[in-house]
Design a protein around this ligand. Structure first.
Ligand SMILES: Nc1ncnc2c1ncn2[C@@H]1O[C@H](COP(=O)(O)OP(=O)(O)O)[C@@H](O)[C@H]1O
Ligand SMILES: Nc1ccn([C@@H]2O[C@H](COP(=O)(O)OP(=O)(O)O)[C@@H](O)[C@H]2O)c(=O)n1
Length: 203
């Protein structure tokens, strides 16, 4: 069967972690759509015009390690406000979602715009302070030169830009279940998400 799981939510809420884990548990393919915007953002920082970058994006551009920096995240959220950038990425995401065997996509507009018919829609969130602390530990652990205040400011600024933009703003999709992970560890958050997928598989 073709089951689509849409997982949206703000920066560092844990949607990627949940997506990877449930994809492995249920044998679904996983697409981190944030990487598409990060790749376009990185190209803009390298001097390429963002719409052109989105229209010519290739698999080889999606190299997670150099894209997971605070600078690229900010650039991603800027290019993500451009309608033609978003439009250039729609077909790829929808084709991925329609894969036989099931797919999990995580991002900001998956349940609202990319896959409004997804059988499972989750909106994973947590307080800004909790999310910033998690992202700080992640980046500091990888040796990035970051401060707690700097990471919190980045997260708050991106959330504001992502939720206030005119095109495909971040928001819980109609029918989405909100999972607040502020007081949930990874195991508990994944268990919550799995429960909704299991229920959808039974229907
Ligand atoms: N429920 C949780 N409790 C504690 N840490 C978490 C939890 N979920 C995710 N993390 C950690 O927080 C960081 C950000 O998680 P990630 O899944 O990358 O978020 P997102 O995809 O929403 O940006 C990672 O280092 C991850 O291991
Ligand atoms: N479906 C998506 C995914 C990401 N994005 C944008 O891309 C940026 C980076 O996304 P991400 O998911 O990699 O960011 P994190 O939540 O991992 O910090 C976001 O701040 C959004 O501006 C989007 O607009 N739509």
């Amino acid at each position: 069967m073709t089951l689509t799981v849409a997982i949206d939510g703000p920066a560092a809420s844990g949607k990627g972690t949940i997506s990877k884990r449930v994809a492995a548990e249920f044998g679904f393919a996983h697409l981190d759509t944030g990487l598409l915007y990060r790749a376009v953002g990185a190209k803009m920082l390298a001097g390429v015009e963002p719409i052109e970058a989105a229209q010519t994006l290739e698999a080889a551009d999606l190299t997670p390690e150099n894209l997971r920096t605070a600078e690229v995240a900010q650039a991603a959220s800027k290019v993500a406000t451009i309608e033609q950038v978003r439009a250039a990425l729609v077909d790829f995401q929808r084709a991925f979602a329609a894969r036989a065997g099931g797919a999990v996509l995580d991002g900001r507009d998956i349940g609202s715009v990319i896959c409004p018919d997804a059988q499972v829609k989750l909106f994973v969130t947590a307080s800004a302070e909790v999310r910033a602390e998690r992202r700080y530990l992640e980046l500091a652990g990888k040796g990035h030169d970051v401060t707690r205040d700097g990471v919190l400011a980045d997260v708050v600024e991106r959330d504001r830009r992502d939720s206030e933009r005119a095109v495909a703003p971040m928001k819980p999709a109609e029918g989405a279940v909100v999972i607040d992970t502020s007081t949930l560890d990874i195991e508990a958050a994944v268990a919550r998400a799995s429960q909704f997928i299991r229920a959808a598989l039974k229907t």
